[in-house]
Design a protein around this ligand. Structure first.
Ligand code: FES
Length: 108
């Protein structure tokens, strides 16, 4: 599945992400600027904050926000928005092909 990472300047990186890989892991593995993923994906750091531009077809396939995630989303460096998620909690599946995430200006 493809995931597009949109930088604050509007440029985008589109990655082919293996199913079962998180949006954070794929970005860190490919050196995408803007996602840090300091805690390695355990919803403990909030340096993988993204805004999800979810089309209705994707929204229904996104995992619900977990309690830990919800708490950490209150600690993001850039303001939390209704579409804020921790990208380490977004595991890519075929149904999410074409997902677009916007990167916040900074993660700390
Ligand atoms: Fe730390 Fe997502 S990588 S919360």
């Amino acid at each position: 599945p493809k995931v597009a990472y949109v930088h604050p300047d509007g440029s985008r990186d589109v990655l082919d992400v293996s199913e079962g890989t998180s949006v954070m892991q794929a970005a860190v593995a490919r050196g995408i600027d803007g996602i840090t993923g300091e805690c390695g994906g355990s919803a403990m750091c909030a340096t993988c904050h993204v805004y999800v531009d979810a089309e209705p077809s994707h929204a229904q396939h996104l995992p619900p926000v977990g309690a830990d995630e919800d708490e950490m989303l209150d600690c993001t460096a850039c303001p939390r928005a209704p579409d804020s998620r921790l990208s380490c909690q977004l595991v890519v599946t075929a149904a999410l092909d074409g997902l677009v995430v916007r990167l916040p200006g900074h993660q700390r």
